[in-house]
Design a binder for this molecule. Structure first.
Ligand code: PLP
Length: 407
């Protein structure tokens, strides 16, 4: 007869002793001014605390509104907008794995770490991927891109709007899409860090798939992302014969939930509600005003950093405004700067995958004047503390001039 009871049984794996979150997290949250995630508005945080049924009338209404607001943000009338449970990279993988398969010719314009990720995902589904390798801190010319398209005859071209890693902006995205389109290729655009921070017109520019994450320009939580397919892209998704090896990311299965009020997998309901609120705030502000706010704040930040005596990493012509790259002074590592500013000033900024820079984000809630003053001050104080000669008052003055329009 078994003698053990639940109370006397000792587990083979003992229960660990852990600290509570209150003990681990700082009393006051750090100001998130890195390359994402970014601070979230109160309405987003509130929505993120709610769990509702993932199926049924309320969810259907929420999903319908998320799609229609996303269409505005993507600037598309395409029906084929879907949410994705997962990071921006999951949306990226949904785009690649549904549109490319064994033998598909893919041309990836590679500006750095994130645009290379699309090439890697293409290779993993068996596509024949060629890359157009672009020098650091530069964009490919349209002649180079046209040449690569002539040479490779791609069925799909992948390109990033803002390469967050080295802070390069592919400013002629519209022309790149036109070149690809003219050659009969579908265009996939990674707009993870740029969507709702600067213009992107999916329909007018002829883009076939746009992906974005929640935790950057949209100022929602990480882990719920968005994707939009054009009609032409959706036709390719529906016309494929080889099944997608990714079950969760299969767009045809996701259609069940996102378009037919059915079940695919249990959606991250709280995150979808958070995204709904984030999108609602974008709509309330309007894209025009949001772009203006982002531009003004980012340029003022760049002026402030430069006036302090630090150097911006990327030349002005192709400088990304959504994430600003700053050279780390000789003798210091990005980690020295990031850990000091976090520990001493409670401001989080980012390093960048081995590049000698730190990065300050200008996405969504990061583009607020009070956040900028605190960040520029904290960066300047950090330099002073580390023994780097900077002119902090000049930096703060330049920031103020930029934000007040020089008045
Ligand atoms: C952040 C980012 C990604 C990756 O997003 P995750 O949510 O980390 O997967 C991809 N592309 C760009 C341009 C990004 O900025």
């Amino acid at each position: 007869m078994p003698t053990s009871s639940f109370t006397s049984a000792s587990s083979a794996v003992p229960c660990p002793v852990v600290e509570s979150l209150d003990a681990i997290l700082p009393e006051e949250p750090l100001l998130m001014m890195g390359a994402g995630p970014v601070p979230i508005p109160a309405a987003v945080a509130k929505a993120n605390a709610i769990v509702i049924n993932h199926l049924g009338g309320t969810m259907v209404k929420v999903i319908g509104q998320v799609k229609s607001m996303a269409r505005y943000v993507f600037q598309t009338n395409s029906k084929w907008v879907l949410g994705v449970a997962g990071p921006g990279s999951a949306a990226m993988e949904m785009a690649i794995s549904n549109l490319a398969w064994e033998g598909t010719r893919v041309l990836s314009i590679k500006n750095g770490f994130f645009s290379e990720r699309m090439a890697e995902m293409g290779r993993r589904v068996g596509a024949r991927v060629s890359t157009l390798d672009v020098a650091d801190r530069a964009v490919a010319s349209l002649e180079e891109i046209a040449g690569a398209i002539r040479r490779e005859r791609p069925e799909i071209v992948t390109v990033v709007q803002g390469e967050t890693s080295n802070t390069v902006w592919n400013y002629h995205l519209k022309e790149i899409a036109a070149l690809a389109k003219a050659a009969g290729a579908l265009v996939i655009v990674d707009a993870v860090c740029t969507l709702s921070t600067m213009p992107l017109e999916m329909d007018a520019w002829g883009i076939d798939a746009v992906i974005t994450g929640g935790q950057k320009g949209l100022s929602s939580i990480p882990g719920v992302s968005l994707i939009a397919f054009s009609d032409a892209a959706w036709e390719r998704v529906k016309g494929r014969t080889a099944p997608n090896a990714h079950w969760c990311l299969d767009a045809s299965l996701a259609e069940n939930f996102w378009h037919n009020a059915g079940y695919h997998y249990t959606a991250p309901v709280s995150g979808v509600l958070a995204l709904h609120e984030a999108l609602r705030l974008v709509c309330a502000e309007t894209l025009e005003k949001r772009f203006t706010r982002h531009l003004k704040c980012s340029l003022a930040l760049q002026d402030g950093v430069a006036a302090m005596g630090l150097r911006l990493y990327t030349p002005k012509a192709c400088r990304l405004n959504s994430v600003v790259g700053i050279e780390v002074p000789e003798g210091f590592s990005p980690a020295d700067v990031c850990s000091h500013i976090s520990r001493m000033h409670q401001v989080e900024i980012s390093g960048s995958f081995g590049l000698p820079i730190v990065r300050i984000g200008q996405m969504g809630e990061q583009c607020r004047e009070h956040n900028l003053f605190r960040t520029v001050h904290a960066l300047g104080r950090t330099m002073v503390d580390l023994g780097v000669k900077v002119d902090l008052p000049a930096g703060v003055a330049a920031l103020e001039r930029g934000l007040s329009g020089g008045k």
